[in-house]
Write a protein that binds this ligand. Structure first.
Ligand code: NAD
Length: 309
């Protein structure tokens, strides 16, 4: 299958590499010039369990892509999605399936402006990846993903895409309710990412705070109130219990969430507007009280002003 990875940072490089290894015709599209040049000049460096491989996968800047793929997998950061869709719209053919795997909320609304809803697949991924530098991806741990079509008539096509992903070892399964899963994952990011970023601590340290249980429930309650408007029912206690299981060091306790890595460690902008910020915006629209999400959104933006130059 011809597959474009649209946004080939850490996660895009992981998916691109795994799909390339199983014989798909993969090309990487990314706006970071040094990254694209390094991949083309030396190959994508893939580091896994201390082993290093160099893999030849074509890479290009968004404006340079001309071939129409069967599948485009979106892996920009949330705030780069719309600009990326605009700059690659020439390669999104009338039969190109577009799979969105970004974290965050509201991406289906953005996609519908550029892609026929028949071709939109939404997903949630539990794989992880990091970049050690331009052209150098670091892979660790195991993962999986779930995928579902937005248009009910496209189930067969979505299942075919799952098969391609599975052949690459990505452990994809067809989801019966991907929008629910997207909201549930957004609750994890909307609590652990935002709290650990503002408090500058890892997940285990956050979980040990006596304020943590009430704080996460207050945040999740607001997610749940807004989600109801989209027909999604989130059980606050169940979601909170799932998040509390992650505090365990054998899970992800020792990790700093990606928002902490982006902002506190690397001084990059965050996806806050698509997590707590989305709930805050929609709260205003639907006249729902979202005071915790309002405050976290404001605080993360304030921290961005201090750290991102
Ligand atoms: P990323 O930051 O690695 O890449 C996103 C974009 O930023 C790419 O265009 C990349 O080239 C560019 N970029 C990265 N480092 C840069 C630098 N130093 N200078 C200039 N440009 C740079 O993003 P990601 O981690 O692959 O995340 C993509 C999406 O997947 C996000 O929505 C994220 O929340 C989600 N996600 C990430 C992970 C993970 O483990 N990384 C896991 C699950 C979901």
């Amino acid at each position: 299958m011809k597959i474009a990875i649209v946004g080939a940072g850490a996660m895009g490089s992981r998916y691109g590499y795994m799909l390339h290894e199983t014989g798909n015709e993969v090309f990487l599209i990314d706006g970071w010039k040094d990254h694209v040049n390094n991949i083309n000049n030396q190959g994508l460096i893939v580091e896994e369990n201390g082993q290093i491989k160099k893999v030849k996968i074509p890479a290009m800047l968004p404006g340079d892509a001309v071939e129409i793929p069967d599948l485009a997998i979106l892996f920009t950061k949330s705030m780069g999605l719309e600009a990326m869709l605009k700059s690659v719209k020439n390669i999104l053919g009338k039969n190109t399936k577009v799979l969105c795997l970004l974290n965050g909320l509201g991406h289906n609304e953005t996609l519908e402006k550029y892609v026929d809803s028949k071709n939109i697949l939404m997903g949630v991924t539990l794989w992880t990846a990091g970049l050690a530098g331009p052209g150098h991806v670091v892979l660790s741990g195991d993962g999986s993903l779930e995928v579902q079509n937005i248009d009910p008539s496209m189930e067969v096509e979505a299942k075919e895409i799952c098969d391609v992903l599975n052949k690459a070892g990505l452990k994809a399964h067809y989801s019966e309710d991907v929008i629910f899963s997207i909201w549930r994952k957004a609750c994890v990011n909307g609590t652990l990412n935002s709290c650990c970023t503002i408090l500058d601590c890892n997940i285990k340290e956050f979980g040990e705070l006596k304020q943590a249980p009430q704080l996460i429930r207050n945040i999740i309650k607001e997610f749940s109130d807004v989600a109801t408007k989209y027909g999604v029912e989130l059980d606050v206690e169940k979601v909170a219990n799932g998040i509390e299981a992650i505090y365990d060091p054998s899970q992800a306790g020792e990790h700093y969430p990606s928002m902490h890595q982006d902002l506190i460690q690397n001084h990059r902008l965050t996806e806050i507007d698509y997590i707590n910020g989305y709930v805050s915006r929609k709260g205003k629209e639907f006249n729902i009280n979202t005071q915790y999400n309002d405050l976290f959104t404001t605080m993360v933006h304030a921290k961005e002003q201090l750290l991102v130059k």
